[in-house]
Design a protein around this ligand. Structure first.
Ligand code: PEP
Length: 250
């Protein structure tokens, strides 16, 4: 049985005071980590403060990292720096990183490998654009993203990777994938993991859906057999909305 997981991606939102008020508002009401893993991926500048407030029922993650440990990479944050904050997860290959900051599959692969080598669990985002969906090449696009991003990741290490299926056209647009379509793609991802690794690994891998998930549609999405939770942007910014989303996984 795969434990469900609900991950907030705050993106470039929340000051320190707002972030702490959010944690204060949800902390007492979070379901046990025996039932669901709850994670908040926050801006890097907030990580240390949030990690101080994390417990078993709430874990903290970063939204991005560079793959090198140190050096002349102005503005970047390294896996070593993330390690010192105490975060457990890091989002890698989010579509906003790919489209706005030019991240390639090859760069995403380096980040995945580096995260794993530094004991961080990557939340690896894959997904098709609207054009690719309309061309009917969704599954092959995702398959290629997976093959490149996981190149060199051993069967042992891949068990620490979480995959988020995020159709690009659904992110921040209010357009959610139909639960049957999201299920179909998550099932294809599981099949790809089976072919790249093995059936047990595929069966144990957590695959999340992301793209305008909100309390009104989350229950149906997470009830799909191959969808193990969500990666949520907009609807994770309000504590009550995020709590509702977490509770949909119970
Ligand atoms: C995301 O940022 O990963 C995301 C899914 O955003 P939203 O929920 O706002 O579509």
């Amino acid at each position: 049985m795969r434990k469900p997981m609900m991950v907030a991606n705050w993106k470039m939102n929340k000051t320190r005071d707002e972030a702490l008020a959010f944690i204060y508002a949800i902390n007492e009401n979070l379901p046990s980590c025996d039932v669901v893993d709850t994670v908040i991926c926050a801006p890097a500048i907030l990580l240390r403060d949030l990690v101080k407030r994390q417990g078993d029922n709430l874990r903290i993650g970063a939204q991005n990292m560079y793959y090198e440990e140190f050096g002349a990479f102005t503005g970047e944050i390294s896996p070593v720096m993330l390690q010192t904050t105490g975060v457990e997860y890091v989002i890698v290959g989010h579509s906003e990183r790919r489209s706005l900051f030019g991240e390639s599959d090859e760069l995403v692969n380096k980040k995945v490998l580096s995260a794993i080598n530094h004991g961080l669990k990557p939340i690896l985002c894959v997904g098709e654009t609207l054009d690719q969906r309309e061309l009917g090449i969704t599954s092959s696009v995702i398959r290629k993203q997976l093959e490149i991003a996981l190149n060199g990741v051993s069967v042992k290490d891949v068990s620490n990777v979480i995959i988020a299926y995020e159709p690009v056209w659904a992110i921040g647009t209010g357009k959610t994938a139909a639960s049957s379509d999201a299920e179909e793609e998550c099932k294809n991802i599981r099949q790809a993991i089976k072919e790249l690794y093995n059936a047990v690994t595929a069966d144990e891998m957590r695959i999340l859906y992301g793209g305008s998930m909100k309390p009104a549609n989350a229950k149906e999405l997470v009830s799909m057999p191959n969808i193990d939770g969500g990666l949520v942007g907009g609807a994770s910014l309000d504590p009550n909305s995020f709590l509702e989303l977490v509770k949909c996984c119970e």
